[in-house]
Every structure is written in C-alpha cells, then in structure tokens.
Design a protein around this ligand. Sequence first.
Ligand code: XMP
Length: 564
Amino acid sequence: MDKILVLDFGSQTTQLICRRIRDMGVYAEISAGDAVIDTADPDLRGIILSGSPESVYTREGESPDKKIYASGIPLLGICYGLQRMNYDMGGKVEPLPEREYGAKTVSLVEGALDGVAEHNRERVSSFLAAFAGDGGGPESPSDGFTSGKSGGFTAWMSHGDTLTTLAPGFREAARSASGYTAAVVHETECWFGLQFHPEVTHCQKGGEILSAFVFGVCGCGTGWTMEKYARETGEGIAVKAGGNTVLLLISGGVDSTVAGALLLKSLPPENVHLMYMDTGLMRKGETDMVERSLLKLGARHLHIVHCEDEFLGALKGLSDPEAKRRAIGDLFITIQEREVARLHLSDDYFLAQGTLYTDLVESGRGVGKKAHLIKSHHNVGSPLVDAKRKAGRIIEPLERLYKDEVRRLGRLFGLDEDVVRRHPFPGPGLAVRILGEVTKEKCDILREADAIYIEELKKRRAPASREGRAAGEAGGVSLYDDIWQAFAVLLPVQSVGVAGDIRKYGWVLALRAVTSADGMTAGVYPFPAGDLLEISTLITNSVKEIGRVTYDISSKPPATIEWE
Ligand code: XMP
C-alpha cells in the first residue's frame, strides 16, 4: 500500500497533515523528525517534513536523516520543514523582524517554471496548478478572509523565520503579501516547500495543494480503506495469536469495543476473553450497553467485574484531584491483577488493548515524539501491560487508527450507532467530573443530570449555520454529533434557590461542550441559547438536588476539557 511519511519536528499540526492525507484514501504515518528512514521501503511514495517551534540555526532544531535527500523520494517541506531543506542544502534562513501569523494572501510568482529541468516540469507544474484558479477551498468570504479570486489565495502562516537566500536549485514559486517566500520548487529534484500550512482548514487551496503533492507528484494510489484495514489487521492478529488466548481490557468506550469486535471477527470467539470493570464511576446505563454490544458481537467469555464499592471506598475522604487519580489508578491495577489471576489463563496468553494512533504518538512509542507535549499521557501504565509488552505478547489492533477511523471500523462491524458515536470518556470516569470528594450520592446525581443533557443533545438539531460542516449536512446533524465531547460536571458548591416559597440550597452543575479534532485543543461549542436554557430547566426540574446550571465557556488552552 502506498504510503506518505510525515516527519515530526514538533509542530502542533503534524497530526493534521497525516489526517488530511488519510482522508484522501492514502495511508500516512508519522515518524520522529530525526528517525532513521528506510528509503528502500517500496511503499514509501513521499516524505513530508513538518513544522516546528524551533529554528534551523539553533541546537534544538532537529535534522532529518540526510539519506532522504539522496533517495529520489519526493519531499515536501512545510514551514520549518521548508526552512530545514533550504538550510540543509546550503541556503540561508533568518529571523523575521516580526512574526508572520494567521491569514496572509499568497500569490504565485511569474515564471516559476522557468529554469525547471525538462524531466521535472510535469511534476512541478502539476503541483503549482493547485495554487492557481479561483479561491475555492473550504472557506467562504464570510470568514473575513479574502476570497482570493484574483492574484492569490488566503494561506495560513505561523513563522518567525524566513528564507533569505535560496539554496542552489531552489526557485521561489509563491510569495506572501508581505514579500516573503511562501513556496519553492526545485529545478532538478522532486522537492517542494511551503512556508504556510496547507493542513489547516483556514488555508484556502490547502487540500488541493496537499492532494497535488500526494497524487500529482508522488503518484499515490488510494488503498487506505477500513475494509482493507479490517482484513489485513484481522489476518495479522490471527497469525500473532496463533491458537493462544487473548484477553482484552474493555473500558466501555468506542475504542476498546471496536477492538473487541475486531478480535471476535478475527479469532475463534472461544479464545477471546473480555474484561470490563464497572467502577461505579460510569455513565448512566454504560455497563448494560457494553454488555449488550459485546454479546451481540458473539462474545463467549465476557467478565464484568462489579467493583463500585471498592472504588468508592478508595475515594472516600479524597478531594485532591491528583490523589483521586492516583487512588483510582492503583486500585485499577490491584483489581486487574486479582481478576486476571482468577481466570487461570495459561502464562502465554496475549493481552489486547484499544490503543489508538494518537496514544502512540503521545507516548512517543515508535512514532513522532515531539508533537504532543501539551497533553500528558493520562492513563497509568499497569505492571501487567508492561510485562506483556516486554514479552512481546501485546496486541493493539487499532494502533494505526485515528478516532474517527475507529468509528468507521465500528460501523463496518455493525456496532450500534449509540456505541460508535459515543463521546470520549476519561478512564477515571465521573470521579474527575465530581469536583472534590466523590460519593455514591453525587455519582447518582451527576449520572442523572448528564444523561438528561446527553439525551437532549441527541434529540436536538445543530444549527444549520455552524461552520465546518459539509453543506449537505446542514441542519441534519444532532447537537450531539456536532459536538466533539459534552458532559456535565458537579461542582462542590451549593447555591441558594427557591422552591415554592422556600429557600433551598442545591448543587451547581456545569455543562461542558467542546469542538475539537482530537482533544489536544478545543473550542467552546457555540450553543444556540434556546437549547441551553431548555436543557437547564429540564435538569433542574428533574434532578431536585441541582439548583443551578452554568455553561463552561473556556477553550483549551488555557483550560483543559475535563475539570480535574
Ligand atoms: P483534557 O482534560 O486533558 O482531556 O483536556 C483531553 C481528552 O482526554 C480525556 N481524558 C482522559 N482520558 N484518562 C483517559 O482515558 C484520563 O485520565 C483522562 N483525562 C482526560 C478527556 O475526556 C478528553 O477527551
């Protein structure tokens, strides 16, 4: 299968580059910026060098494996990636007097093709063709950007350095309105560079330019489909597991449920053990839903461990968020070891987890190592997982997928939409959504309020005017599907209210709803006020312990999505 490799030099948008390419049906993966590259890999069609917060002239500015320059593999440098290529090839990169940030008009330079060698012309002109034409792209003029109909388009810049001398062979192909080099091509090599970020949706032409590189320059075929992934991964799992037992730890979220489906489709169900802990910190109806969907998939050995009392006991008296997380993590490990021992599996069993590609990137395991320092890895490693990993007996069937690809795979397996569309849920569950001490009573109050909130989001339509949705979808999407993650938080505050003529103190509930691509950054969901007001009334009418409802209007950063 054709593949594009994205070298991660630390930009926050490295993941986005990879996503955009996969969305075109082409497999893309991320490697650390300084990784040793197997340039003889027959599937490798092109390499993209990502952006970076560093500068090429500082010690921190990483270099790619120099082999790539002699490999003949097409290269595309984006932002730092372009500067890196220029610098490595003998050009000059210097700081700008003022950082160029945000929307900037970029125009092609006349005669960019002059001097490009005959053998390179076709590819260079197919790449530059994506810059020309009228505006296009995902943005509309109502975004406040120029439409770019004449003499350029709106690109997205974020750089403090610029190319001041081009390395031999590079030619300036486009320039920003401020007069800085915005794109380069090479006279003889299949090398391209962009100072702007085509992966960002606010960049007009961004999709066309990436697609011109992937298809026009690299000649990739579209082989990345979920059907193919399911087939190939399933075969791989069967070979790896041999006839051994595989134990999958299920959290109740989409990822582990889809991982369960993949195991059950690929292995004899007799060999698949599924274990789920009901910690008492789950959402309303969650345990039943998990049980139902796994049985429907043909699970034979489903171990549901009811351990609410143990978790609530461990949390008793704790109100410090870190202490709560630690107590939960420790207890998870204890119960996991105890329950796994109870299954009496033979020593050589495999352990499976629903790890995603983003989890791998965050933990730096084998893929990019710089991109996501913003989000520390939340979940505590368990000695069992570590031991199995050391012994090479771990199966992570979703490790090459992003969240929405996992959802597509879940649909392919016929999982219920309710499971597939489920918003992410943190490992420590409601414990990080009940600020302060966690009690059973508070869990029940929050579960009830959260269920009303979520149910209403599923029933109500998103406003047709919401940006970022395909035109055909306008008005046809529920609020729930339009929101990346929504939940309620119970605050450790009681506030005064009136019921009849009596003053009473009720808990304060905060509603959270965010837009996001991957949880790394998040925006506040621009709720229609009417929906919020009605949902608030429904909650206070139905959950008598709650006296007041607020809406959290903080983006990430500086806030995080969860409250603790
Ligand atoms: P934050 O709160 O860090 O959350 O902005 C980003 C995403 O991660 C989820 N999250 C967790 N997931 N264990 C998890 O498995 C955790 O401890 C945890 N804390 C936060 C959060 O729900 C959001 O989707």
